[in-house]
Structures are given as C-alpha cells and as structure tokens.
Design a protein around this ligand. Structure first.
Ligand code: NAI
Length: 462
C-alpha cells in the first residue's frame, strides 16, 4: 500500500486546488471523494451551474428588453427549459472532467468513497485504511435547515434543488436575502417567475456596505423582485399544488402568509462533517460546528488540518482555494499565507455586486477618518453604449494617508473590476496611485479610476 505525504478529504475548490499545489511541490498526494464526480458543491451544485443559468437567463432577459433598444429584432424569444438545464449540465460536466484531467496530469490518486479519520495519519474509506503524514479536511458545507420546513428538493428546495426544477415556477418564494437567494431569485425573475424574497433583517445582503445594499435592493425591485423585510419565516404547508409559507413581521408580531409554487430556502450553510469521525479522532469544533484551526490551519490534533467552508471565515470558493495553496506550501516547508483582509465577495446578479475590504459602517465603527470617492456608471461611456448604467464604483480611503481601505462596486462586470482594487490594496496603494494609472478608453474600468479621482480633487466625467 502507498504511503502518502498528504491525503485530502474532499475535492471542492479547497481540496482539489490544495492537491494540485501539493503535487507541484513534490508531495505524494491522494484525494478522497464520495460524490461520483470531482469538484464539490461549487462545481456540481453551486457556483458553476448557477452561473450557467445566470448567463442564460440574462441573455433571455436582454433579448426581451434591450435588444429592441439596440435595433435588434428577435421574434418572440422563448425558453426551452430542458435544453437550458442540459446546457448547464454540460458546463458542469466539462468542469468536473477538467479536474480529473488535472489530477491525472499531476499524478494525484483519487480514492472513491467517504473518508473517515481513524487518527493521525490514518484515513479509512469503506474497508481500506490509507496511511499518510498529513490529513487535510476539505469537506465543505451543506444548506442549513430552517425550522420545520421539510426540504424535498422539488417544491421546497435548497440551492441544489433550485438548479434542477422540473419547470419554471409561476411564483417562487425565497427565504433569505443573502447571496444564494438573490442570485437564484434573479435567475427565476428573468425567466418569468414572480419572485418574493422574505428576509429576517431590515436590509438585504447582511454585511454588505449599506449604501450598496440599499442601491442593490432598489435595482432588483425595479427588475420586479418583491421584498418582505423584517420577517421571520417559521413554517410552510402544502395546499393542493401550492405551498403556503408562514412568517411573522418583526415590527408588530403579526402573522402573515404567502402562497407560491416553489419555496427556496436560502438561510445560510453549515459545515459538512458527517461521517468524518471528528469525535472519535478527538478533533474539536466550535459552537457553529466549524472545525477549530490554528494560524497554520492545523486542528488540535497534530498532522490533521482543515480548510474552506468547514472552518471559520467566509464560505467562499476562492477563500478555500487560497487556504489550500497556503497549506500545501506550509507542508512543503514554505511560508504559505492567506490575506484574510482582502478576500473579495461577488454577487453574480445583473448588475453584479462586488466588494473588498472595509465597508463605510466598519470604518465609522472604528472611528477612522475616511473619504468616500464615488462614480456612477451613468458617466461611463462604455456602460452607456451597453445600456448598463445602473450602479457605481466606490473607493474608501484613509483621509490622512489616501491609502485604499475598501472598494464597493455595483454595476457591469463589477466581479471583474473589483480585482483592480484588490491588487491595489495588496500593494498598499493610495487612491492617487490608481487615479494616475492609465486606464483604456472606453472601458468599464474607467469608473474605478474616476472613483479614485473622486477621493482627491474630483472625477472628470461627473
Ligand atoms: P447568507 O448567510 O448569505 O444569507 C442568509 C439570509 O437568510 C440572511 O440574510 C438571514 O438574515 C436570512 N434568514 C435566516 N433565517 C431566516 C428566517 N427564518 N426568515 C427569514 N430570513 C432568514 O446565506 P446563503 O445566501 O444561503 O448563502 C450561504 C453561503 O454560501 C454564504 O456564505 C455565501 O457567501 C455563499 N455563497 C456565495 C456565493 C458567491 O460568492 N457568489 C454564491 C452562493 C453562495
């Protein structure tokens, strides 16, 4: 039997990226995966399939709304839902096969089945036990349950079921105005469903820069999504072919009902650790069920590490990837590092929302003197030509040093544009550094430069 340097449990973005980096650094590596395909939640039932549906539904929406404004005549665009789902499945397939190829290329062994930790250096899968120097837990997360709402993944669904609905629902009720609720809400709204989002808090997207969250809600509202804020969903029941969702308004404790064909429960995710034998192996978790790790991503058991959604921090694929790379480098004797202050967040709606660093609310709380430079896409020539002028770019700087402390963008290609601010922040740049950098015209990125100018003497086009 092979003695591995590293056995990684889970092949999501954390696990598979970590495996490739381990292999690049000369470590004999194996990955344990219980699903039939590699790639974890992100590739199979998360980021990738949802982006396929976001893309298709956006084009459908454009064809119905903006094409005629650009002089393109398309007669009655219609959706073939079965075809759209198979386009999505095909994209997933290409991606999961792509990881298989990368594993072969890097000589990473795949052990099929669900891994169980028997103790330091010992992982069993079915009846076989494998030996290694280091074990890495990268088992990700799963949707949290909500009260007595029984998920059947057909009529009461999590994000998984929402990606494979039998038909486009006439009415969909979404519990939770977080990232999943709004991305999938946008998909179905664009495909013609009547979408109502019920959110416990007074504003959508908790933790997002407040001005950006309010702007985002207004834009989604204009697109036809209805919001019920300050409302706690408690239960749901079936009534014929309909679902009745029951919620309580927090302001006056009144009980209300909403009827829908499908309910999407998007109230957060929790670490997925079932079957790992954490207790038996003596691995500690915190009160959220997240595996406790130190600054080297090591658990309380020597030689057992954990990365990604299963530990504390934002549940984001790219955070897991960065931890995977850093850990592989540390195991190979290098100085791996993750800059947790600079993890961007992107919501892939239309327009996209992207954010990095501090929000205005955080800076106010820290009583830091800051400047906010903002530039609306209405002043950006490329956005005008694309009929995509909703939103703005906002840069927050230290009022004394001009150093960039945060960036918040809502608008076209925000998810790509944010990386200019990420790189600038990684290098400790000032807003003036960004403003003095030549930006090609006409591009959406000019809005970033204008926002940087707005932190100084003022933008040119506003
Ligand atoms: P979330 O934590 O982002 O949002 C959940 C929302 O549900 C919150 O606003 C919360 O106040 C609300 N809520 C909770 N209980 C409720 C109740 N009983 N009634 C009404 N509202 C209630 O969780 P979400 O959207 O499920 O996403 C899970 C994780 O997946 C997040 O960490 C997210 O960052 C990640 N994700 C990231 C994506 C991206 O980066 N584009 C895409 C999809 C998921």
């Amino acid at each position: 039997m092979v003695n591995y340097d590293v056995i990684i449990i889970g092949t999501g973005p954390g696990g598979y990226v970590c495996a490739i980096r381990c292999a690049q650094l000369g470590l004999k590596t194996a990955c344990v995966e219980g699903r039939n395909t590699l790639g974890g939640t992100c590739l199979n039932v998360g980021c990738i399939p949802s982006k396929a549906l976001l893309h298709a539904s956006e084009l459908f929406h454009e064809s119905n709304h903006n094409f005629k404004n650009m002089g393109i005549e398309v007669k009655n665009p219609a959706i073939n839902w079965k075809e759209m789902l198979s386009y999505k499945d095909n994209i997933v397939n290409q991606n999961t096969k792509g990881i298989e190829f990368l594993f072969k290329k890097n000589k990473i062994d795949i052990i099929k089945g669900w891994g169980k930790i028997q103790g330091p250096g010992k992982v069993s899968v079915d009846s076989k036990t494998y030996d290694c120097k280091s074990i890495i837990i990268a088992t990700g997360s799963e949707p949290s349950a909500l009260g007595d709402l029984k998920v059947d993944e057909k009529k009461v669904v999590t994000s998984t079921g929402a990606l494979t609905l039998g038909e486009i629902p006439e009415e969909i009720a979404i519990v939770g105005a977080g990232v999943i609720g709004l991305e999938l809400g946008s998909v179905y709204s664009r495909l013609g469903s009547k979408v109502t989002v019920i959110e416990y808090l007074d504003e959508i997207t908790p933790g997002l820069d407040l001005e950006t969250a309010k702007t985002f809600r207004r834009i989604l509202g204009k697109q036809g999504i209805k919001f019920i804020l300050g409302a706690a969903v408690q239960s749901a029941k079936k009534s014929g072919s309909k679902q009745i969702i029951e919620y309580q308004l927090i302001k006056d404790k009144s009980n209300e009902k909403l009827e829908a064909d499908v309910i999407l429960v998007a109230t957060g995710r929790k670490p997925f650790t079932e079957g790992l034998n954490l207790n038996g192996a003596g691995i500690e978790v915190n009160h959220y069920g997240q595996i406790k790790t130190d600054e080297n991503l090591q658990t309380n058991v020597e030689g057992v590490y954990a990365i990604g959604d299963v530990i504390a921090g934002p549940m984001l694929a790219h955070k897991a990837e960065d931890e995977g790379i850093a850990l592989a480098e540390m195991l190979a004797g290098q100085a791996g590092h993750v800059n947790y202050d600079l993890i961007p967040g992107v919501i892939y709606t239309s327009p996209e929302v992207a954010t990095v660093g501090k929000t205005e609310e955080e800076l106010k709380k820290e009583q830091l003197a800051y400047k906010a430079g903002k530039f609306s896409f209405i002043g950006n020539g490329r956005a005008k030509a694309s009929l995509a002028t909703d939103g703005y770019a906002k840069i927050l700087t230290d009022a004394n040093t001009d150093r960039i402390l945060g960036g918040h963008i809502i608008g076209p290609s925000a998810g790509d544009l944010i990386h200019e601010i990420c790189v600038a922040m990684e290098f400790g740049a000032s807003a003036e550094d960004v403003a003095r950098t030549c930006h090609a015209h006409p591009t959406f990125s000019e809005a970033i430069r204008e926002a940087a100018l707005a932190c100084g003497d003022g933008p040119i086009h506003a």
